[in-house]
Design a protein. Sequence first.
Length: 165
Amino acid sequence: MIDRLKKIDILVMDVDGVMTDGKIVFDSNGNELKFFCVKDGFGISRWHKTGKKTAIITARFSKPVEVRAKGLKIHAVYQDAYPKVDFYEKMLADLGVTDEQVCFMGDDIADIEAIKRAGLGVAVANAASETKDAADYITENSGGSGAVREVIELILKAQELWGAE
């Protein structure tokens, strides 16, 4: 596992159920609301400070994802991305990375092919059982509750970069 962790240069995340708790909320005007974990955001910021890249691949389009991705300076965002593995392949080409450099985080069946392809495939604690079965690592934290930060810390500690500023 340590050898895999040391090769990771890009973190690719699903949104609903990974960066959020999976709930989709609408206000009385029909505007979509999502709740993101600040600990995950801090982890992503630390990740970027080490020179590493991030991407989002999500099957839905959502304005809040666009806003959060911009705020976090996510390098590549693919929305309305289904099947996800097609956009995973596009991301590899767009960012010039190989499978072994990718950590892909997912929570549901649509994420399984990308999880299997990635150098480190991760399922969040509250993922579908089939997704957990396909993963190399299952987080202790649920999606939207620090799972992204947990994985970032795991990888950066293996690479001796967690304390780096």
